[in-house]
Design a protein around this ligand. Sequence first.
Ligand code: DGT
Ligand code: CA
Ligand code: ZN
Length: 574
Amino acid sequence: MTNKELADVFALVADLLEIKGEVIYKTLAYRKAAESLTGLGRDVNDIWKQGGMKALLEIPGVGTAIAEKIDELLETGQLQFLEKLKKEVPAELAELLQIPDLGPKKVGMFYKELGVLSIAQLKEAAEAGKLRDLPGMGEKSEAKILEGIQSLGRRSGRQPLGVALRFAEELLAALRALPGVKAAEMGGSLRRMRATIGDIDLMVAAEQPEEVIRAFAALPNVARVLGQGTVKSSVEFHNGLRAQLWVHRPERFGTALQYATGSKDHNVRLREMALDKGLSLSDQSFLKEDGSEILCATEEAVYKTLGLPYIPPELREDRGEVQAALKGQLPKLVEVKDIRGDLHMHTTWSDGQQSILEMAQAARQRGYKMIAITDHSPSLGLVNGLTPERLQEQRKEIEQARKKIGDGLLILHGIEVDIRADATLDLPDETLAELDIVIASLHISMRQPRAQVTERLVAAMRNPHVDIIGHPSNRTLPDREGADLDWDAVLAAAAETGTALEINANPRRLDLDDVQARRALEMGIKLSINTDAHHSEHMDFLPFGVATARRGWATAKDVINTWTPKQLQDWLKG
Ligand code: DGT
Ligand code: CA
Ligand code: ZN
């Protein structure tokens, strides 16, 4: 069994236990084990063969009970505990948990009351109006389930950028360490920093491709080889990700990397330009009409041959970048080093994990000049939201942190105020007026009809105290769609009120997305790239937000986080 298959068994156990009605904490160990196995860099089979039970216990998140179960699974391919559980709770039911917003309690109830065993049966029951009369249900929740089932049909099978990028970096490090490897880079959507990734494309420059191909297939976390040629290999890893590797000779690496980076539409555009010059562009070279080749070792050389300046990968989507390059009008894109501060973060005052001082110290260590502490407002039932009274208390702690940190870091006292379902904000105006910075965000009732949910954002922007809209669509990657917003109306209101729109850098969000960010910039709207850190380590999310802004053609001056503290404070006052 692969790591992924083991992880799937434990995830199934957890799901079935929950449907059966076990308390959550009993299922947590299984969830943790599943997560740990998925992220593990080594093959569990090897660990088990070399060190047995004792070695299994050294895997993070694996205790005695789980280690025994892994041992049994690897020994027999079966788990008695799961087989018994399946007799009590049909395993098919776990599939129903994929429906967004449908929890195990309801799944269990639909089974017991109506005998529903599959998504198809649930759909039938919902369409026949049989769910609405069950306890805790109604017409609305029945409609929501139908909607959820429809959204399942749209699932992409893609991975969030953050997951794939971290993994690909490890692969590159392994490839670069191989003898004879002159260069190793990622290509494809990963290099273009798309928000989600279909598969990982890797490019290596080496004289001896066979050796690289062989070593790649033998990497410890490869689950199976899907295809292998002399210069190309395609594999699936234990975590379920797939990767393609191409090996090219160093003198052809430029054309190869350019080709594999794409996008396909960008490549088509370049190929047309080449043809106009009597050249045929491939991943190998430019082929002249007389049969001779122009070789490019670098991408710069590829673009130069076409009479173009270098085009950054994030722009290569055929959204006008080639035309802009021809006119010498490519934007000078914002970079990570331009960012002077993070303006959205949480502390132990609400659902964050560290104190104000700890977050401030971490920010200073990163060389930031400014941060904003923006905990949640009260209406989010699940967190310890800040009432006006607690905000007063928090102000004192902010003052103390300012004294300890000194002048090098501007600490703004802010809030992430919830936009309620009725379009009002979750704190009174006089409270918001006292704060240095206000982010307003949608968290609840985001499935309201378009006009209603749009009006909530517009109303928030019309409030004179609101400076930024946080994660505007409230999507989560890879597959939970955001609110059904009328973007024309949202952007018009942002432009009119001078409200900045956030690009939330959390790789599960990347919200605004690149397309809306570009539209916003064309309308003169400012962007704010923030990590929404709930722990200082989350400040590491910044590059994902910057990449999304770059894909939206943002320059440094478009992003309020690149401004000086003085500029930012003037803007906040204005
Ligand atoms: P993904 O994997 O779905 O996230 O998206 P990409 O962009 O990584 O696409 P993928 O993996 O299918 O192909 C990698 C690159 O190979 C792509 O960005 C451009 C290049 N490519 C693939 N198919 C074609 C093609 O038919 N024509 C040209 N010119 N390039 C292609
Ligand atoms: Ca790809
Ligand atoms: Zn937040």
